[in-house]
Design a protein around this ligand. Structure first.
Ligand SMILES: [Zn+2]
Ligand SMILES: [Zn+2]
Length: 281
């Protein structure tokens, strides 16, 4: 992928959309607390484990070759206090350090794949931890475990457990066997899976799972809820015409999940829209 050159702030929504209808889940433990998810845009997601907040793959600006294709749900300045930042890999649309270094708390724990810590430290972050697949760290009430990924560069995905809930964040990985077999063996109960669906190809070579593969993974993970990510992105005219190919939309995920993962509830969230997962009675 082309690297980002000059970047400009991305457009932010002017007013928050109404919250999505909440989902009631059977509690995976008696202490399960409400979990709120808000898609900022693309793979940037804010997870709120009842007051303990985690941000994934920060991307807040655009360049001539990288467009969100949707406004942002919030700016860096509007972010709440974060307990952790998870970074799947070093591509600009997942690790926009030039913008994210404006986040004021430089001691926020930042979890990155092996090889990325030096960049984060140069941007001023002081608590940066590199994780190999299946390594776990504890951050407050959360246990965060790196999971494998395949994307042509060093990438990890994440399982975040806390307050009785388990979330899987899929970055922009391809669908690989370890995610369909080892991941559900280690984490048999996934409440929420954030799965990429745009099936991105670079010169014909697939780098991201498509919508149908995301439905397969939702089934393998027994995910109770899936929120798709990584689908509105567009490059520039040249890259979209000659370099990149897209293979997946939220509508395709909805129809694929009806067949392949009928027990999974798929929710498509507008940027800034909040979805609350609550314990059933
Ligand atoms: Zn990428
Ligand atoms: Zn990506």
């Amino acid at each position: 992928l082309l690297s980002a050159c000059a970047t400009v702030p991305a457009q932010v929504i002017s007013a928050a959309p109404p919250d999505a209808a909440p989902i009631r889940l059977s509690p995976s433990s008696p202490a399960a607390a409400p979990l709120t998810v808000m898609r900022v845009a693309h793979a940037t997601v804010l997870l709120d484990f009842d007051g303990t907040r985690v941000l994934t793959d920060p991307w807040f600006t655009e360049s001539s070759q990288y467009h969100h294709g949707e406004p942002l749900g919030c700016s860096v300045a509007e972010l709440p206090h974060l307990s952790a930042v998870l970074v799947s890999h070093g591509h600009y649309d997942h690790f926009d350090l030039a913008a994210f270094k404006a986040y004021p708390d430089k001691s926020v724990p930042m979890l990155v794949p092996v090889g990325l810590a030096a960049r984060a430290r140069r941007a001023g972050f002081v608590d940066v931890r590199e994780l190999e697949p299946w390594q776990s760290v504890r951050i407050g009430p959360l246990r965060i475990t790196a999971a494998p990924a395949a994307h042509g560069v060093a990438e990890i995905t994440f399982v975040i457990e806390g307050k009785g809930r388990t979330v899987y964040f899929g970055g922009d990985t391809e669908l690989i066997a370890a995610l369909e077999t080892e991941l559900p063996r280690r984490f048999p109960e996934i409440d929420l899976a954030l799965l990429p669906i745009n099936g991105l190809r670079v010169f014909g070579h697939r780098l991201v799972m498509n919508a149908e593969q995301a439905a397969e993974l939702a089934s393998a993970l027994h995910a109770k809820v899936v929120v798709p990510i990584h689908y509105a992105f567009r490059g520039g005219w040249f890259t979209d015409t000659f370099v990149l190919g897209y293979d997946g939309t939220p509508a395709r995920l909805l129809s694929a999940a009806r067949l392949k993962a009928p027990k999974t509830e798929v929710r498509i969230l507008a940027p800034g829209q909040k979805l609350r997962l609550e314990s059933g009675s």
